[in-house]
Design a protein around this ligand. Structure first.
Ligand code: FE2
Length: 140
């Protein structure tokens, strides 16, 4: 079911979108209860909070600002950068400059402003990592 949704070339219907919005909680449940290990706790936190937004408009809990765990705020930036600059069944990859322009517009809205500034400050390193681990070539 999830593969069918993730690989769908067109827009999602309401039921499909609702299932996608549940993936943080599903991921956290798969990773198990708290205190299995520090690493699993971190993975669970990331799974549960990587779609929260600095301004509180994210999901699943609608957390805002520093009430979002640091790991979730960091992965939110990396996840969006990767999603925008990677090809998906339903979209082409965005050029890096276009993705970074959009992300700058989301400073203090979607993203923790200080973390986004740090991410932008190390762009050469980020691009080096992106190229090293890319599944396929993407526009730069
Ligand atoms: Fe996600």
């Amino acid at each position: 079911m999830l593969d069918r949704i993730l690989l769908k070339p067109g827009p999602l219907n309401d039921d499909e979108f609702e299932l996608v919005r549940r993936h943080p909680e599903i991921g956290a449940a798969i990773l198990g209860g708290r205190h299995a290990s520090a690493l699993m706790d971190l993975a669970r936190t990331v799974a549960l909070t990587h779609h929260e937004r600095w301004n509180g408009s994210g999901y699943p809990q609608g957390l805002a600002g520093e009430s979002i765990p640091l790991a979730g705020r960091i992965v939110a930036i990396a996840d969006i950068f990767d999603a925008l600059t990677s090809q998906r069944p339903y979209k082409q990859a965005w050029p890096v400059d276009q993705a970074l322009d959009w992300m700058r517009e989301q400073r203090g809205c979607h993203f923790d402003p200080q973390l986004l500034d740090r991410f932008l400050a190390i762009q050469p390193k980020i691009l080096e990592i992106k190229l090293k681990f890319a599944d396929r070539p993407s526009p730069v």
